[in-house]
Design a protein around this ligand. Structure first.
Ligand code: FE2
Length: 370
């Protein structure tokens, strides 16, 4: 499926997600968590030992997924300010492009707000060009051009080789990343992705699709021309009580990345490993599995292990998908992860939203934020 904005006239061709950078309160401990719990492998490091004065970054990789965990070393740092306001969260969604200068020029001339003018970074392994623009909240997109670079990650980083290296769990690539935007801002940010970045809308849901007794949300999925980049954009909708999107906005103090969905080829194996390593997942009521096959038809998997792990299944016209959502991975009920295995389906699990939201509401009730 190609979007209307075909690859030939795409003014912002993107090869994939380059990296996701989190600003966190303690990068050393966060890195340990992503190694231990999620099976990310140590890749690169930058900090005091490499000449930085204000920050430390650990770079971890699993499959094609690269996470950068960055913490401030000084109180008056913008990184520290970001953590103070938002808690641990995603600052940068970096996109891999062939021409970072053109990406900057094309997006800023269409109204994108500059975050970083094109800059060349060099070391013995070559050069990387990086530019960037702002998106929702304090989140930014960097455009990373690395065709003339042979190094591990970026110039300025050294190889990070700790003795501690737990095994990977089979995570392969970023399937999609979801943004929660503030009240009434969904259309504004969908327009931004359409007009500034040349994305098209794949799907939309409204509160008649996604609502429970208490909560509601609206969502539209924006994607680039090759569909490698898919950004569902949510906004809260009014329900009888506070929705999980509103809860996020309250605790994050504005718009931000809600979840990163990571793909696997074997969700049973991956989720078993994640659970054994301490990743906590949301659970739907057991009754979900009683009617599962009536809803989704024939699937390759048997129900018992899906039910044991709490894996959800949904079907669309192209096939089906298996998915599960973690609890938030910090104390504020903000950022969480989705693990997804696609068996043909191109959608995002709409059929699971209702069951899922009801289970989230049980947890919100415990937090006193419903
Ligand atoms: Fe998702």
């Amino acid at each position: 499926m190609e979007n209307q904005n075909t690859r030939q006239n795409d003014f912002l061709p993107i090869n994939g997600t380059d990296f996701v950078e989190f600003y966190v309160g303690n990068a050393k401990q966060a890195a340990h968590y992503y190694q231990t719990a999620f099976g990310f492998q140590p890749l690169a490091y930058a900090g005091l030992e490499t000449g930085l004065k204000d920050r430390t970054s650990y770079v971890l990789r699993q499959g094609k997924i690269i996470f950068v965990l960055t913490t401030a070393l000084e109180p008056d740092s913008p990184i520290a300010e970001h953590c103070k306001l938002h808690g641990d969260g995603v600052k940068v969604v970096a996109l891999w492009v062939d021409d970072a200068r053109k990406s900057f020029e094309e997006t800023t001339k269409r109204g994108g707000k500059a975050y970083m003018e094109p800059a060349v970074m060099q070391d013995k392994d070559g050069e990387v060009v990086i530019s960037g623009i702002h998106t929702y909240g304090e989140t930014v997109h960097l455009f990373v051009e690395r065709k003339n670079y042979k190094g591990l990650f970026l110039p300025g980083f050294v190889k990070w080789e700790p003795l501690y290296k737990p095994e990977p769990v089979g995570l392969l690539y970023v399937d999609h990343m979801v943004g929660n935007t503030d009240w009434g801002e969904m259309d504004k940010w969908c327009d931004f992705y359409r007009e500034v970045m040349g994305f098209d809308q794949l799907i939309s849901f409204d509160d008649t699709d996604i609502s429970t007794e208490y909560t509601a949300l609206m969502s539209k999925v924006m994607a680039n021309s090759n569909l490698y980049i898919k950004f569902p954009i949510n906004e809260p909708a009014h329900g009888k009580k506070k929705s999980q999107i509103e809860e996020f906005i309250d605790f994050y103090h504005g718009s931000g990345v809600q979840h990163v969905a990571m793909a696997t080829n074997d969700i049973l194996k991956t989720v078993t490993a994640l659970r054994d390593r301490g990743v906590e997942f949301l659970r739907v009521p057991d009754a979900y599995y009683d009617t599962l096959l009536n809803r989704v038809g024939k699937i390759d998997e048997t129900i018992a292990p899906l039910k044991d792990l709490g894996i959800l299944v949904d079907r669309d016209e192209d096939g089906y998908l298996l998915q599960i959502f973690s609890r938030p991975v910090e104390d504020r009920p903000t950022v969480f992860y989705e693990i997804i295995q696609r068996k043909g389906a191109k959608s995002f699990g709409k059929g699971n939203f209702k069951a899922l939201f009801e289970s989230i509401e049980i947890e919100q009730g415990k937090r006193g934020t419903l």
